[in-house]
Design a protein around this ligand. Structure first.
Ligand SMILES: [Zn+2]
Ligand SMILES: [Zn+2]
Length: 282
């Protein structure tokens, strides 16, 4: 089973990516949440360009994919779930939940450390918010998070299938919760008891620092509630809130080559979680 999954890893992930992408893009066109500020063409070529670039870089730069590392930990007896004997299903569920917790924690860290914020702010610099924003991460941040993920897999020793489920679900959820989707409010309120919805995560893309430093979760909504980083709705409402950060607000900043250079600009420190100017500037 795990050999088959390893062999099919790319096919499974790509099928889910294109399937979910198509579905969310279609639903966005029919039930949009906000009016777009910029044309799709400019943003989509750059945001999707980043996806292909990141996939290529990750394949070349990483000696091992996360699922293969999970298989290796099982073979060698490394990691928590290969040392402590628990039923397979408990290892599976606990691994998926713990991997999600580490992603939440990592997201807080890339906001807290100014150097990492330089990389992560490219995700926040998108001037609209839609399915493609979910994949808009700087290649160096992608590599950084892959290394962290590999380290977490070494510690946890999760079942291979747990890593596959986590990767596919994280990818699908990132596209769903960045969707410019108008969900019925009742449905949103119900779903966000457990998972991160588009309205939930959109607060995190507000140009107001105090809102951008809320709602760090990508899958499970529990972490933000548990650690006091939850904000239910943007102060100005979803229609009037400003998406993005205070720098990189020109349409030219949406071009791929400029996005890749954004970490080199020095301004924009005030979004870092612990920046002392933040309170003054709210
Ligand atoms: Zn963020
Ligand atoms: Zn986001």
């Amino acid at each position: 089973m795990s050999e088959w999954m390893l062999a099919q890893e790319l096919t499974i992930r790509l099928s889910f990516f294109f399937g979910v992408f198509g579905l969310i893009a279609f639903l966005e066109a029919i039930f949009p949440r906000r009016k777009r500020q910029h044309g799709r063409m400019l943003r989509w070529y750059a945001n999707l360009g980043i996806v292909f670039l990141n996939s290529g870089i990750a394949r070349v730069a990483m000696p091992v994919v996360p699922m293969a590392l999970a298989a290796l930990t099982a073979e060698k007896g490394w990691g928590l779930f290969n040392i402590v004997e628990v039923p397979e299903w408990i290892a599976l569920v606990a691994s998926v939940i713990l991997l999600d917790f580490f992603i939440y924690f990592q997201h807080v860290m890339v906001h807290a450390v100014p150097l990492f914020w330089r990389l992560h702010r490219m995700h926040h610099a998108d001037l609209d918010y839609d399915v493609t924003t979910g994949a808009r991460f700087h290649p160096i941040e992608i590599l950084l998070s892959l290394w962290i993920k590999l380290a977490v897999i070494m510690i946890l020793g999760p079942p291979v299938v747990a890593v596959l489920i986590f990767e596919v679900v994280l990818n699908a959820m990132a596209m769903f919760n960045h969707g410019n989707l108008r969900l019925p409010l009742g449905l949103d309120n119900f779903l966000r008891l457990l998972v991160v919805t588009p309205d939930f995560h959109r607060v995190h893309h507000s140009s107001i620092p105090a809102e951008a430093n809320r709602n760090f979760g990508f899958n499970i909504s529990l972490w933000d509630r548990l650690f006091g980083t939850y904000k239910a709705q943007p102060t100005k409402g979803h229609d009037d809130m400003e998406i993005g950060i205070d720098i990189f607000r020109e349409p030219k900043d949406l071009h791929l080559h400029r996005m890749l250079l954004q970490p080199l600009y020095s301004e924009g420190r005030r979004y870092a979680f612990n920046d002392k100017h933040q309170e003054e500037s709210q």
